[in-house]
Design a protein around this ligand. Structure first.
Ligand SMILES: *Cc1c(COP(=O)(O)O)cnc(C)c1O
Length: 501
């Protein structure tokens, strides 16, 4: 199977090439040129290990890779890197409601699901293509991708990674996690701007001929660890299939019985993987797109108009503080029935005018989506209520999903609900402490608050945070968004010097 650009002005490429390049040269995103035939017996995969299932799913798309090779890569990714033997946990809380916890990986956010595997895929792809240049991974993060990518690429030969995070837009723990990252090949910068600024810069860097030429002269090529890379998107399909198989195994639903999933959404990568899982035969009825106060996606689903010209809100769920959802481009392509020309036109309209409107015929294809949003106050209230009623601590992003699914009871016809739980609550101790009404007067910082939460709840403090406080931050620099290009050039110059010595 090859991969084609959503904008149709670039040749189709192999999976290996799509992985290595990240973004298509026409500025589009790669999508598989066809979707594999749906399968009706996914519940039979319940007995496989997570790595085995991941290899099976990837083999549907990476048709020119040996199944054995994929299995080896998946085992490297998932064996021994998660705090949970099953990799994910599907957990019942309340009636007909499950949480699929995706935060038991190295960096405690759902980004680990794909970023534990992605560096292995990338290395294998480079080998297949005989590529010997250094790959420079340019990463914009709204908080969690950065750390997961840094952990994944730490000291991986032939790679360097730069992460840009919004200086004032991530939680203190998220920042601390990134600033203390070890590794000779990692670079971390705060950006005086928001996530959209960082992501826009990264996408522009890919298309900038001068910057690319400069990199090439130094034996460097760019790639991306953001969800624009198929190496992020495809591994995320796996946990939707796993969730279904586990629900059938537990006797909660029958084979083929439909259920709904609700996904806290920012860049539209996670929920798009759910959409693809549905195309592959997982009996998902409704995909619920949950937003915070930056509800550009809710408005899009309700009106067919995507309009990013609006105020940006810094919320308690910072990883969803996004107004330009990059994976939506892939979804638009599907809604337009694969019309790349039309997709390119709408994206150009977005770039120039900040908005576009899809025709009704296209929006009609989104009728299996529901949507909604909740504000910060409600998010905190829901976190407190969930703990009080069920003894279950959830992070603010997951709480947004709970709030939105609560609003949609009537549209849901009593189906079983799966909430996709995206981060370990300990990444947001301040908000959790507030929600649980802890007396934090004596707490001097987030690490104190973590122990307070650990003392009164049944949520174990993850081992990753035991010693985080003692680690010394290595990266302190914050840069203006105009200077990002200079940062990239300097990094390239420094790393080639370093490699020559
Ligand atoms: C990245 C992230 C999201 C949003 O996921 P998208 O794939 O960007 O929609 C939600 N919650 C958390 C905790 C995240 O890290």
């Amino acid at each position: 199977m090859n991969f084609v650009s959503t904008r149709g002005r670039a040749p189709s490429v192999t999976a290996a090439e799509a992985l290595v390049s990240g973004l298509a040269p026409d500025g589009g995103l790669y999508v598989p040129e066809y979707l594999p035939a749906p399968r009706e017996d996914w519940e039979t995969t319940a007995g496989l290990t997570y790595a085995e299932l991941a290899a099976e799913v990837l083999a549907l798309f990476f048709t020119d890779w040996e199944k054995e090779e994929l299995l080896t890569l998946c085992r490297k990714a998932y064996n021994g890197t998660f705090n949970m033997p099953g990799i994910i946990r599907v957990r019942k809380v309340g009636e007909k409601r499950y949480f699929t916890e995706l935060f038991h990986g190295r960096t405690l956010a759902f980004k680990d699901m794909a970023l534990s595997l992605f560096p292995h895929l990338l290395q294998a792809a480079k080998k297949k293509l005989g590529r010997t240049e250094t790959t420079l991974i340019l990463t914009a993060t709204s908080g969690d991708t950065g750390k997961a990518a840094l952990a994944g690429f730490q000291d991986v030969p032939g790679t360097e990674i730069i992460v840009f995070y919004p200086e004032h837009g991530v939680s203190p723990v998220q920042k601390w996690q990134m600033q203390t990252q070890a590794g000779e090949n990692v670079h971390v910068y705060g950006v005086e701007g928001n996530f959209d600024d960082a992501q826009t810069f990264v996408k522009a860097a890919f298309e900038d001929p001068d910057l690319r030429a400069y990199a090439k002269d130094h034996g460097v090529a760019f790639s991306s660890a953001n969800s624009i890379n198929i190496g992020r998107l495809l591994p995320q399909i796996v946990y939707y299939i796993r969730t279904y198989a586990e629900l059938v195994k537990a006797g909660e639903i029958k084979k083929g019985e439909a259920f709904d999933v609700c996904v806290p959404t920012g860049n539209f990568g996670n929920i798009l993987a759910g959409y693809l899982a549905k195309q592959l035969g997982v009996p998902i009825a409704k995909l619920i797109c949950a937003s915070n106060e930056n509800h550009v996606l809710t408005d899009f689903f309700r009106t067919g108009t995507y309009d990013r010209r609006r105020e940006f809100h810094a919320t308690h769920s910072p990883s969803m503080d996004i107004l330009i959802s990059s994976n939506l481009e892939r979804f638009i392509y599907y809604l337009l029935d694969g019309d790349a020309q039309a997709t390119a036109n709408y994206l150009e309209e977005l770039r120039v005018n900040g908005r576009f409107t899809l025709p009704e015929s296209a929006m009609a294809r989104a009728d299996d989506f529901l949507c909604g949003w909740v504000d910060d106050e409600e998010t905190v209230r829901l976190m407190g209520r969930m703990h009080k009623e069920h003894g279950y601590v959830m992070d603010p992003h997951t709480a947004v999903a709970v709030g939105v699914s609560d609003q949609l009871q009537e549209e849901r016809d009593g189906r079983l609900l799966v909430i996709i739980s995206t981060a370990n609550p300990y990444k947001f101790p301040d908000t959790v402490a507030q929600a649980l009404k802890l007396d934090t007067q004596d707490a001097t910082d987030d690490f104190d608050r973590m122990w307070q939460i650990a003392n009164i709840s049944s949520l174990p403090l993850p081992i990753q945070f035991f010693h985080l406080r003692e680690k010394q931050p290595r990266f302190h620099e914050s840069v203006e968004k105009e200077d990002l290009q200079d940062v990239v050039r300097k990094t390239i110059a420094a790393m080639t010097e370093h490699n020559e010595n």
